[in-house]
Design a protein around this ligand. Structure first.
Ligand code: HSE
Length: 299
């Protein structure tokens, strides 16, 4: 069978504390989708994801392709899809966004590249519900975005200072975003809204300008982390240890359960010390990455 093309999509870390539903960043961890010609739809997934990821037309990549074809008024083009998933599933690292972005890019390629970026973004946002994961998955870097009542997205791409490394601490359980949103309140006080938006602005500018001294205070928020931390065993222990080991900031990646520490200097040394500490506490995987400047690519 002839391989037509591959799509490479980065993992994303969103919210970064106070940037709830608006701030996101791509990291150097990638999923690959291989698309081959086929007479029928066929989906191949990694062995360890069997029973977790559907291999019928409810598969999220296929859903994103269908959404794109429906928008274009094009009939579904049958293909064989092989997923190589390095982004852990349902851990707050953008695994769903990678499927959505990958599916839209694949469908666009297969149907003659008729979609412009704004159309692809709009399709992706209509599926993911918010722009903070899909934008950096498409564009790379760090993105700040807002969405109006008509779901029109206004955004800007930035690059965090290259001195920053992001160390991800991934617990050994899944947490669906929909479940992590259920614990959030429907209303917030004036104080909580003002404090969180102030921190989101300070955090964004400090990441770009390399002002690590601002990050610890700026990563605090009153919108989601105080509510979601109850879903994540050992959250406060890990947070306290991160600061004791010299992290400049600690936040919940996306909706969790992955936690992220922003460090400068030797990230591997930080990982070694944190791993030793975590051994007695639970099962975690750790990795570090800078912000990935590149977004999704077809090759
Ligand atoms: N901003 C979303 C949330 C991201 O926190 O619910 C989920 O990946």
């Amino acid at each position: 069978m002839i391989i037509i093309f591959k799509v490479k999509i980065p993992a994303t870390t969103t919210n970064l504390g106070p940037g709830f539903d608006c701030l996101g960043m791509s990291v150097e961890l990638f999923n690959f989708i291989t698309v081959e010609k086929s007479d029928t739809l066929e989906i191949v997934i990694p062995d360890d994801e069997k029973g977790i990821i559907p291999t019928d037309d409810t598969n999220l990549i296929v859903q994103a392709m269908k959404k794109s074809y429906d928008y274009l008024g094009v009939a579904f083009i049958p293909v064989k899809i092989t997923q190589e998933n390095n982004i852990p599933f349902a851990r707050g690292l953008g695994s769903s966004a990678a499927c959505i972005v990958g599916g839209i890019l694949a469908a666009n390629k297969l149907s003659g590249e008729k979609l412009d970026f704004e159309e692809m973004l709009s399709l992706a946002v209509s599926m993911d519900g918010h722009p903070d994961n899909v934008l950096p998955a498409f564009l790379g870097g760090m993105t700040a975005a807002s969405m109006d009542e008509n779901k029109k997205v206004t955004y800007v791409k930035l690059m965090p200072h290259d001195k920053f490394q992001f160390v991800f601490i991934i617990p050994n359980f899944h947490l669906k975003t929909s479940d992590a949103r259920k614990v959030l309140p429907n209303e917030y006080s004036f104080h909580d809204a003002v404090h969180s938006s102030g921190n989101a602005v300070v955090l964004t500018a400090s990441l770009v300008n390399g002002l690590e001294g601002n990050l610890k205070a700026a990563c605090e928020d009153y919108l989601h982390q105080p509510y979601r931390k109850s879903l994540i065993p050992n959250y406060d222990l890990v947070k306290n240890k991160a600061y004791a080991l010299g992290a400049h900031a600690f936040y919940l990646s996306g909706a969790g359960p992955t936690m992220c520490c922003i460090v400068t200097g030797d990230a591997q040394l930080f990982i070694k010390s944190m791993s030793e500490y975590l051994e007695g506490i639970g099962e975690y995987k750790l990795f570090s990455s800078p912000a990935s400047s590149k977004g999704a690519e077809i090759f």
